[in-house]
Design a protein around this ligand. Structure first.
Ligand code: FAD
Length: 658
């Protein structure tokens, strides 16, 4: 066991008072509460989308103060909620009565190098945990982290924050034990700190792992970690058609004739018109674009597995997990093929995620594996390009794009072009993406819908991938610039594995990372260090290219392997400290919507989303989203309220900058 230098003061602050809380008078509790009251009470979340001015705001530094606050709130019938760093996109953490901001309840309690695990006070920032673990002997690291590390560990646990990885669950699943302050009436022992784990008070433990702050105040948590590692990440560009299959008007749902319209934007709605619609399969995307209500989800879409024991947090016992229906009778064959392809890609590395640029009709698939290789150095030019173009200019353009509805799609394509090596120019990008935004066909009028869906479906199947084999990709889409004129910049699509100076970036945005690589590619092209892209591979074999990592089941293994490419688009490689690869700069305040859907239905959802977004883009008054759409994955867990409860999950996150 090793202790950090600050452990002494933390040790004192984590102790409950020597005498039972029940013996404290209310005035003694008020004195303790007053010692941590904060005068300025106006709070906003990170995105600036929700605000609150509570009756009282507290910032405790010790368990004793926390206990006093919870007991006082119980006695005075006040609602009390915990706030971490208010990074939740909703108003989840607000109360108009009492708020307890936990960020001063920070510090490391102990590091257990044998397990290995780290125990910290719950207000400790995740970024501080990275530093604490890196300084440990031997160095340690969290196994999986979300897009940022600015949250408190308590907030992370209470919302079951996720990163990405086919075999990696939400971060709460790595919690080994908790100390939680629960407000119990005197007859049940009074307000107290309860230790809980899979073995001790397993109900409280499981409920708190995604408890949204409703089970009690988490004051301390022990987190399982692993030896420090670097991640080798490969980003690979591909068209949306290549990844999700061509647009076919499916996935479709059986829309009932009485489906009511609910949106003021519903087009061509005349009273009684709904009743004249015969029951028919309608695409989800088209229904959404026309502002029509979706029919209720089938029960098959609900989690099929419910854990019986609260101790079944993670991994779920094999007999609990049943194989969900792999194929949905509402999907067409193109969707099924896309689903098989998606799952193979996600399985092919430890941490896979997809950045989908709807306006550019392009995706970047990022796949990362553990490696012993050292971080790749970042050239100064790459850093500057990444910072100026990928961060500052992108932010400025996003800001400008809020002021005219025609701007967001154009700006998205411009930023994609500036920050992605394979996009030689906007027109080639648009043509590879199936036409300029304005040429995206609008959704058919209600009366013609059935005909429209049938027609596009037939065409899509005819031109789509073969349905005969699940182990082959559809014909690889040539990268946008591969088919364009043969000037010097054509070489930009070459693989960076052929570069003599690979670049990586940790301090710039994801877009900035691409930007940095564009810069490196351009420099290398000038030096003649980049060769022409290989001819597009036809009918690439998935079995040959996408073998699952050999450590499946032993997921923490170090692979140190170069991932074979999926298609023929540009690729860029980087190696960096684990959390620097997991994290990205999320630019400026934003509205966020993220859906957690069963992985087995991911392709259906993504294809419907694509169809809807393209229809909205073609509509001058349509919805506008910013970029990129972040698509990530998590393993099934047994946490009662977790979004990944009982099934592997695909997260689809959409943002709109404020
Ligand atoms: C830019 C950005 C990127 C993000 N990326 C991701 C991502 O990649 N993956 C992901 O899953 N999420 C992500 N999130 C969401 C974020 O991880 C969660 O909202 C997280 O809960 C925020 O932590 P916090 O400390 O700010 O908690 P808060 O937002 O302050 O609180 C969240 C909840 O936790 C409760 N809570 C906080 N502390 C305690 C405590 N000590 N005891 C009991 N309850 C407590 C609160 O009552 C509230 O219900 C992101 C958010 C932002 C702003």
């Amino acid at each position: 066991m090793a202790s950090s230098p600050s452990a002494d003061s933390v040790a004192a602050r984590r102790l409950p008072p020597p005498t039972a809380l029940a013996t404290f008078s209310s005035s003694a509790l008020h004195t303790l509460a007053a010692s941590c009251v904060v005068r300025s009470k106006k709070l906003a979340n990170w995105g600036g989308t929700t605000h609150v001015t509570p009756e009282r705001l507290f910032e405790p530094r010790s368990v004793e103060q926390c206990l006093a606050l919870v007991e006082l709130a119980r006695r005075e019938h006040k609602e009390l909620r915990a706030v971490g760093r208010a990074h939740s996109p909703s108003d989840l953490m607000w109360s108009k009565e009492w708020l307890v901001r936990m960020q001063r309840m920070e510090g490391v309690v102990q590091i257990d190098a044998a397990k290995p695990s780290v125990t910290v006070l719950a207000g400790t920032y995740v970024s501080a945990i990275h530093d604490i673990l890196a300084a440990a002997t031997p160095p340690l690291a969290m196994s999986n982290v979300g897009s940022i590390s600015e949250q408190t560990l308590g907030g992370l646990i209470a919302t079951a924050t996720h990163g990405t990885g086919y075999n990696f669950p939400v971060v709460s699943a790595a919690i080994l034990s908790l100390r939680v302050i629960v407000a119990l009436p005197p007859a049940q022992g009074g307000t107290q700190v309860l230790f809980c784990s899979r073995e001790v008070h397993p109900d409280l433990f499981n409920a708190t792992l995604c408890g949204l702050g409703c089970t009690g105040l988490i004051v301390e948590a022990e987190l399982a970690v692993e030896p420090a590692f670097n991640l080798r990440q490969v980003g690979e560009e591909m068209t949306v058609d290549f990844l999700f299959g061509p647009s076919t008007g499916y996935p479709a749902v059986l829309a009932a004739p009485e489906t009511p319209r609910f949106s003021p934007r519903a087009k061509g709605a005349t009273p009684g018109a709904e009743a004249s619609l015969a029951p028919q399969r309608q695409s989800i995307g088209a229904l959404l674009a026309r502002g029509e209500r979706l029919p209720p989800a089938k029960s098959a879409y609900l989690p099929a597995v419910r854990t019986t024991s609260p101790a079944h947090v993670y991994p779920l016992p094999a007999d609990v997990l049943s194989e969900e229906a792999r194929e949905d009778d509402e999907d067409d064959e193109v969707t099924r093929e896309a689903q098989r392809r998606l799952e193979r890609i996600v399985q092919s590395s430890q941490h896979a995620k997809i950045m989908y640029w709807p306006q550019a009709r392009m995706c970047t698939v990022f796949r990362a594996d553990r490696t012993f290789e050292p971080p790749m150095p970042v050239g100064l030019g790459s850093k500057i390009y990444g910072r100026v173009v990928g961060h500052d200019l992108t932010q400025l353009l996003l800001f400008v794009s809020r002021y005219h509805r025609a701007l967001p799609p154009r700006i998205a394509r411009l930023v994609f072009w500036l920050t992605h090596p394979s996009s030689k120019n906007a027109s080639s990008l648009e043509s590879s993406a199936g036409g300029k935004a304005s040429s995206v066909p609008p959704p058919p009028p209600a009366g013609e819908h059935s005909r429209g869906v049938g027609r596009t479906t037939e065409e899509g199947v005819a031109s789509g991938p073969s349905s005969s084999s699940s182990s082959s990709l559809p014909e690889a889409a040539p990268s946008p610039s591969a088919s364009s004129s043969s000037d010097g910049k054509k070489a930009l699509v070459a693989r960076t594995t052929e570069l003599s100076t690979p670049s990586s970036s940790s301090s710039v945005t994801q877009a900035g990372e691409h930007g940095a690589r564009v810069f490196a590619l351009r420099a290398a092209a000038k030096r003649g260090a980049v060769s022409r892209p290989a001819a597009p591979a036809h009918r690439v074999s998935l079995d040959a290219f996408l073998t699952p990592p050999p450590d499946n089941g032993r997921k923490y293994g170090v692979l140190s392997r170069a991932l074979p490419p999926i298609g023929t688009g540009a690729t860029y490689h980087s190696i960096n400290t684990s959390h620097k690869v997991f994290n990205m700069d999320c630019l400026f305040p934003q509205h966020t919507s993220e859906w957690a859907i069963p992985l087995v239905h991911a392709a259906s959802a993504l294809r419907a989303l694509r169809e809807w977004l393209e229809a909205e883009e073609a509509d001058a008054n349509g919805e506008r989203i910013h970029f990129p759409v972040e698509i990530r994955f998590a393993d099934a867990d047994g946490i009662w309220l977790s979004h990944a409860q009982g099934r592997k999950t695909c997260f689809i996150g959409v943002i709109q900058f404020r």
